[in-house]
Design a protein around this ligand. Structure first.
Ligand SMILES: Nc1ncnc2c1ncn2[C@@H]1O[C@H](COP(=O)(O)OP(=O)(O)OP(=O)(O)O)[C@@H](O)[C@H]1O
Ligand SMILES: [Mg+2]
Length: 243
């Protein structure tokens, strides 16, 4: 056991922490969108970024897999289906490599300068697709997440919930986009995926909010904005650190 710190030493530590906080730029916030195919994630990422920009908040919209030069190369490898024959473990490793680059090149620098990051899919997708659906040991998924994500956990995760059939029909109605590696899976896969995301939301209620994604895009955007306001209070001025 480490030696017990004296009251004086504890107070000095506290002073240093308070000083660092007072000097550091306001930390950005990290919001992720999750959910099945065609749930409306990309639509709502765009809308939330615009809403934050209207409030004068710099918001960076980004996506996974991808979001940085290196990760976009890996996106092609993953979503083209080229890595599918290698199995879910190889796919999980590819996602982890792409995520590490995305965090280093895009997410952490944005958060460090005080911007908000709004990300279309993140680590929960790996938990659901490769973990639950791919049957990869959850301890391995957690270990990959620990080394890539580390402390850069989302402040808020919005899980867009829609029946698999409705999401798939929205995705297939999207003009000019061919079905990708995961969209081409059968409807049973997508039903299980929805359940995996719902379980994630239930297991981490402090971080996750389940959003009913069935209504029209304006109604969904309103529900999202309510959740963002309740959880992150973007319009409120930050309290100044006491000197
Ligand atoms: N609330 C909504 N009601 C009806 N259609 C919607 C709604 N939200 C989005 N759409 C439309 O459904 C399609 C899928 O939406 P979007 O691309 O945003 O979903 P996504 O979750 O990002 O899909 P993917 O998982 O395939 O990336 C698009 O054509 C979009 O315009
Ligand atoms: Mg999308």
């Amino acid at each position: 056991m480490p030696p017990r710190k004296t009251d004086k030493a504890e107070k000095a530590d506290g002073n240093v922490t308070a000083l660092r906080r007072a000097r550091a730029p306001a930390p950005g916030r990290f919001i992720t969108f999750e959910g099945g195919e065609g749930a409306g994630k990309s639509t709502q990422v765009r809308r939330l970024r615009e809403k934050l920009a209207e409030l004068g908040i710099e918001a960076v919209a980004t996506r996974e897999p991808g979001g940085s030069t290196g990760a976009e190369i890996m996106r092609h490898l993953i979503l083209s289906g080229a890595a599918k024959p290698l199995g879910p473990l190889a796919e999980a490793a590819l996602f982890a490599a792409a995520r590490a680059d995305h965090l280093d090149a895009t997410i952490r620098p944005a958060l460090a300068r005080g911007a908000w990051v709004v990300c279309d899919r993140f680590a929960d997708s790996t938990r659901a697709y490769q973990g639950v659906l791919g049957n990869i040991d959850p301890r391995l998924i957690a270990a990959l997440e620990e080394v890539t994500v580390g402390d850069t956990r989302p402040d808020l995760t919005l899980i867009l919930d829609i029946p698999a059939e409705e999401g798939l029909s929205r995705a297939s109605a999207r003009s000019g986009v061919a079905a990708d590696r995961f969209e081409s899976e059968g409807v049973g896969f997508h039903r299980r995926l929805r359940e995996a995301f719902r379980a994630l939301a239930e297991n981490e209620p402090q971080r996750c909010v389940l959003i009913d994604a069935r209504p029209d895009a304006d109604t969904v955007a309103e529900a999202i904005w309510t959740a963002v306001q309740e959880r992150l209070r973007p319009a409120q001025p930050r309290r100044r650190a006491r000197r």
